[in-house]
Write a protein that binds this ligand. Structure first.
Ligand code: MIG
Length: 754
């Protein structure tokens, strides 16, 4: 098979604001979505429908271009796209003419059969970050990846592919940044110079169009903002889902679930969430309860609520083939399952035995699936965990001719999990009325942040996985996924008590903090590790709860700008090489001001890289100058966590769960620094959608450490804060002997001079 090159431009026209270029082989369309976003779609056969699972925006109509005999130059206020006509090539520049990214001169876009690939020039100093949940290092240069959502049981830090597909990366070179989102759900490939002499980078897919969005904003955060503008942002999560979550495969009965919940309360270890994994069901039939072990789900959930717990239950896509089972009968009757081309329902083998699989690509199927959650929501379930949605079938392969919607499996597999999460979110949002559902999914495609949180599947209880898991969380943040977590302690295997403690400390600074373990492993609850370690774990969970005002405001930031809660240092320090050093690549900012350095359980000191600026060790306030590697103690009781000078961190008193009021004081901690800083504080009722109608409390907290003045802007929104008073806690002013202040939390502007 010969590679087919794209050829020369033979015709140019602009139609409804789209620039259309024809070659002998294909047609390319160029769209502008915003001053910094240009889309290129190259196809042999443009379809009437222009659909995407990820993109929620429309192109702007019309943009300027100049045509000469050799080039067409497309201009947006921020970018220039120089389209070379012979052969057709797409080369992106800043509006001042700095090269951002260019096609490989020799090959550009080519086809090999149905496969479509774009070869790009690689710059000598170019680094690549992104692709979400992927093996390997922060800097992806010199490596290659495949996207094919897979149930990656027992994965290692080298396994590829894993569960999710985020075909979006950011390139960094010459002090410039660009992003590229290849919106194609076929099996896809990314290569960042993984060939001898690193001649080129390339990306492609087994089928479909060469369809990419180019982001030319300068700054990684700006590109994330643009990417999430295009693909959507998360909505405010229910506050309870940010508390500590206890899971296990499985708590086997109502009695066991209640016993675990009560033990948290008896031991006064804060927690908000408990899970039922697959064994709560009757023979793994989705939307049923086991009548013997969970005889009265409502009674159990009522008791849990009394104890201040929410319940999350798992659902898998596989519907058991069994006459008389509601979901089976209905799905069969209405033709809601994925089929072979002749109409026979596809059968795959999973937990319930032989199963059919809902075709989540059809709206009526999503509605049907979504409305079935009444079986869980009526007795009081608040969260909905979507597992096995790659989709997974045991030791089997789904034949390629199986149809989902009007497409064959290979074309849409990578979006199946996302569509299941979408159906779950849309259905439960409707059923729960004004209450926010919590949805958690294992498989995902770009844009899933609109529907669901994610976790990184079946990791293992080793130090290596602790570090790798953090890298996954940091990388997922680049691709719009802010609400992410890993199984704290590792799903498979049995962590040592030291590792459990360490991982739990890291959990405090993980967007979703969930302890989970495989069937047959040792119990993992905080009290299973001996008194001394239980106390450390308890303290860390308490710290998580104290930080919730900061964390909740951090999620608000994700809803507004797409910036994730856990941020690789590459977001703010893209051109600082130390950030990519494999010794420091797992470090991250947790929100605006907290830097966390993960440390393995076998080391009690650590080398930490602090980027430029000054930093305070959280807890001791010992100050360090940045721009250097420091060697610090990291006992099991004190993970290296640092606060950026000038940092503003609102905290609350200790509570046992998120429905507790605490002492009614918002503690605004501020650290001394060279420059003024500010923080957007956000609060609402934590459970409803009233915030969409302005029922929130938002204000800008600004601190000038030089004049020592703290200013709180007038409150926006009509929500009454649950904190009646504010206490300002100063750090790093030592000898100046400044006193902490306690003041009323009024809604007008507040200015405090020290
Ligand atoms: O075949 O539901 O990743 O979190 O506990 C295993 C049982 C199915 C895989 C999930 C894991 C969950 C487990 N599931």
């Amino acid at each position: 098979m010969n590679a087919e090159i794209i050829g020369n431009v033979q015709g140019v026209k602009q139609q409804d604001g789209v620039l259309i270029l024809k070659t002998a082989e294909a047609e390319a369309r160029v769209y502008s979505y915003s001053p910094t976003i240009i889309r290129v779609n190259i196809s042999k056969q443009h379809l009437e429908r222009d659909e995407s699972f990820a993109v929620i925006r429309q192109p702007v109509t019309g943009f300027d271009f100049d045509e000469s005999s050799a080039y067409i130059d497309v201009f947006t206020p921020a970018l220039k796209l120089r389209i070379q006509k012979s052969p057709l090539r797409f080369n992106f520049f800043t509006n001042t003419g700095m090269p951002l990214s260019a096609d490989d001169e020799r090959y550009g876009t080519t086809w090999q059969g149905e496969r479509v690939i774009t070869y790009r020039k690689i710059y000598a100093d170019e680094k690549f970050i992104g692709l979400g949940e992927k093996a390997g290092d922060l800097n992806r240069r010199g490596t290659s990846y495949t996207n094919w959502n897979t149930d990656a049981v027992d994965y290692t830090p080298k396994t590829d592919p894993l569960y999710k597909t985020f075909p979006f990366f950011i390139g960094l070179h010459s002090g410039l940044t660009y992003g590229l989102f290849f919106d194609n759900t076929h099996k896809s490939y990314f290569d960042f110079g993984a060939s001898t002499d690193e001649q080129m980078s390339w990306f492609g897919a087994d089928g479909g169009d060469m369809n990419y969005y180019f982001f030319g904003a300068q700054g990684v955060a700006q590109i994330i903002e643009d990417y999430t503008w295009l693909t959507g942002r998360m909505e405010m999560p229910p506050l309870w889902s940010l508390g500590y979550q206890q899971c296990r495969w499985s708590y086997m009965s109502s009695d066991e679930v209640l016993k675990i919940a009560k033990t948290f309360r008896d031991k006064q270890i804060p927690a908000d969430v408990i899970y039922c994994d697959i064994d709560y069901m009757d023979n793994f039939k989705i939307f049923t309860w086991n009548k013997e072990t969970f005889p009265e789900p409502k009674k159990m959930i009522d008791e849990l609520k009394q104890l201040g717990f929410k319940l999350v239950t798992i659902v898998d896509p596989g519907i058991k083939i069994e006459n008389g089972y509601k979901q089976y009968d209905e799905g069969l009757d209405k033709g809601y399952f994925a089929t072979y081309p002749d109409g026979e329902n596809y059968t795959g083998y999973v937990w319930p035995g032989r199963c059919h699989f809902p075709d989540f690509f059809r709206e009526e199927v999503r509605e049907w699936w979504g409305s079935a959650f009444t079986a869980l929501a009526e007795p009081g379930v608040d969260g909905f965990w979507n597992d096995m949605n790659e989709p997974a079938v045991w030791n089997q392969n789904i034949p390629w001719m199986v149809k989902f919607g009007d497409k064959y499996m290979p074309e849409v597999r990578n979006a199946y999990g996302m569509q299941m999460a979408r159906a779950t979110y849309e259905g439960t949002r409707e059923i729960l009325g004004n209450k926010r559902p919590f949805v958690l999914t294992r498989a995902a495609y770009a844009g899933t942040q609109r529907y669901s949180a994610i976790w990184t599947g079946d990791n293992t209880g080793t130090d290596e996985h602790l570090l790798f898991g953090q890298r996954l969380v940091n990388s997922l943040g680049i691709t719009g996924m802010s609400f992410t977590g890993v199984d704290i302690g590792g799903f498979s295997g049995n962590p040592t008590p030291e590792l459990m403690v360490r991982w739990n400390s890291l959990g405090t600074y993980t967007p979703m903090f969930r302890n989970h373990a495989i069937q047959g492993s040792k119990m993992r609850e905080p009290w299973e590790w001996g008194e001394e370690y239980e106390q450390i774990i308890k303290k860390d969970i308490e710290q998580r709860y104290k930080l919730l005002p900061y964390i909740y405001s951090g999620f608000y930031q994700s809803t507004q700008t797409g910036l994730p809660l856990s941020r690789t240092l590459a977001i703010e320090h893209a051109f600082d090489d130390s950030v990519y050093d494999i010794r420091f690549q797992n470090q991250f900012m947790f929100g605006n001001s907290i830097l966390v350095a993960p440390v393995v359980s076998t080391e009690l000191t650590a080398d930490v890289y602090l980027p430029e600026g000054s930093w305070y060790r959280f807890g001791s306030d010992k100050i360090y100058e940045g721009g250097q590697v420091i060697h610090v103690p990291s006992p099991l009781t004190d993970l290296p966590v640092f606060i950026k000078a000038g940092g503003i961190i609102p905290m609350q008193s200790g509570v046992q769960n998120t429905s507790e009021q605490g002492d009614g004081i918002l503690y605004i901690h501020v650290w001394n620094g060279a420059e003024p800083n500010s923080f957007v504080y956000y609060e609402d009722d934590g459970t409803s959608y009233d915030y969409e109608q302005g029922v929130y409390y938002k204000r800008l907290i600004s601190f000038d450490p030089v004049k020592i003045v703290l200013r709180l802007s007038p409150v926006q929104g009509v929500f009454k804060s649950r904190f009646e008073q504010l206490r300002i806690v100063l750090h790093g002013f030592g000898e100046k002997g400044l006193k902490d202040e306690l003041i009323e939390n009024t809604t007008e502007e507040i200015v405090i001079e020290f």
